[in-house]
Design a protein around this ligand. Structure first.
Ligand SMILES: CC(C)(COP(=O)(O)OP(=O)(O)OC[C@H]1O[C@@H](n2cnc3c(N)ncnc32)[C@H](O)[C@@H]1OP(=O)(O)O)[C@@H](O)C(=O)NCCC(=O)NCCS
Length: 333
């Protein structure tokens, strides 16, 4: 019989330090009211001490996912690591994580698809498992944003949005009646690449980093917020409907919707366009802000533990982010 892949375990880890909107307002001109009204974010988590990389946040989340699946660390035969904030520029965080897990020789693939990174990673794991190449693939999303934000008036539109965290799924073979990963869809359009990006250091420039770039703040992320908002609220519903059709399902069949969390208003607009009831929609933006590649696996892991998903649940997930990239998936647990 044809192999099918599914999420067999999930885990998440958030650093304990809570940073409220008022904490940010003490650093640069902003307010709890502005942030809450425009984004829905009330607080986020930041790492507290150096060195703490994305791989350090992913480590406890990975162990949690492996344990939930009833597997052993040694059963992991491949690692996929989605992040836009790797521990260092190279090598990738997947190599660091594999070493920390004690998995010498196990392949580690880092991917650079920002907020869509987890679904892109899931698609690779799905193909590996269905082809028989690997049996237990860790798909990680982890970010340390807090060390790279511009905490001044210049960067306040971006700095208030992001938080640190990690989410991991262990992807293995689906057994029994569960269909597992039913459909996945991936997209990119580089015409929006510089609407949300971090430019420096840039290898296309001689030298990669100049004093002028530094003074201009090109080593901080920059964003055309309105453009991102427009694209996100168009592409997320579009890919949701398309991936549902591929899975042969309608929105009424879905038990839980896990959208990427960039802004509460985006979540609400997307859910509204899809006509899905709010009680089926996962929102964690209030507590964690945008954790980029970590957002969706954190949402899955928390929902699983809260009993919002279990055997037989049909989950729809969609993401939109820098690139632009966007993606969707339907998973039957
Ligand atoms: C970022 C976002 C919340 C900004 O909301 P907006 O309504 O577009 O606000 P604008 O950027 O037009 O700014 C409006 C005003 O608020 C100010 N402002 C920006 N950031 C601020 C902050 N943190 N605190 C207070 N004021 C702020 C601006 O300077 C501007 O002031 P002005 O009118 O005097 O010029 C919104 O565009 C958004 O959520 N975009 C999508 C972001 C996203 O999804 N990013 C990640 C993709 S994965």
């Amino acid at each position: 019989m044809e192999k099918r892949a599914t999420i067999v375990g999930s885990g998440h880890y958030l650093p304990p330090k809570v940073v409220t909107n008022n904490d940010l307002a003490a650093m640069f001109p902003t307010s709890d009211e502005w942030i809450t009204q425009r984004t829905g974010i009330r607080e986020r988590r930041f790492i507290e001490e150096s060195p703490t990389g994305a791989s350090d946040l992913a480590l406890p989340a990975a162990k949690m996912a492996i344990e939930q699946a009833g597997r052993d660390i040694k059963d992991v035969d491949a690692i996929i690591f989605a992040t836009l904030s790797p521990d260092i520029n190279f090598p990738g965080s997947g190599c660091f994580l594999g070493h920390k897990l004690g998995l010498p020789g196990v392949p580690a693939l880092d991917i650079r698809n920002q907020c869509s990174g987890f679904i892109y990673g899931l698609s690779v794991a799905d193909a590996w498992i269905r082809s028989g190449m690997y049996r237990n693939v860790l798909v990680c999303g982890a970010e340390v944003h807090s060390t790279g934000l511009d905490f001044s008036e210049r960067g306040r539109d971006v700095a208030v949005l992001f938080g640190d965290g990690a989410g991991v799924a262990l992807v293995g073979e689906a057994t029994g009646d569960s269909k597992g990963i039913c459909a996945l869809e991936l997209h990119a359009d580089g015409s929006g690449a510089e609407d949300l990006c971090l430019l420096a250091p840039m290898s296309r420039n001689i030298p990669r980093l100049t004093q002028e770039m530094f003074d201009e703040g090109l080593h901080y992320p920059r964003m055309n917020g309105r453009q991102v908002f427009r694209w996100a609220t168009q592409k997320m519903p579009e890919v949701a409907m398309s991936v549902l059709a591929k899975a042969g399902l309608t929105i009424d069949d879905i038990d839980l919707f896990v959208p990427h969390q960039a802004n509460m208003r985006i979540n609400q607009m997307v859910a509204g366009k899809l006509g899905i009831a709010d009680e089926k929609v996962v929102h964690n933006i209030q507590r964690y802000g945008n954790t980029t590649a970590a957002t969706i696996p954190i949402g899955i892991s928390e929902s699983w533990r809260e009993g919002k998903l279990g055997p037989g649940s049909k989950v729809l997930t969609v993401a939109f982010g820098a690139g632009f990239t966007w993606a969707g998936g339907v998973i039957e647990f």
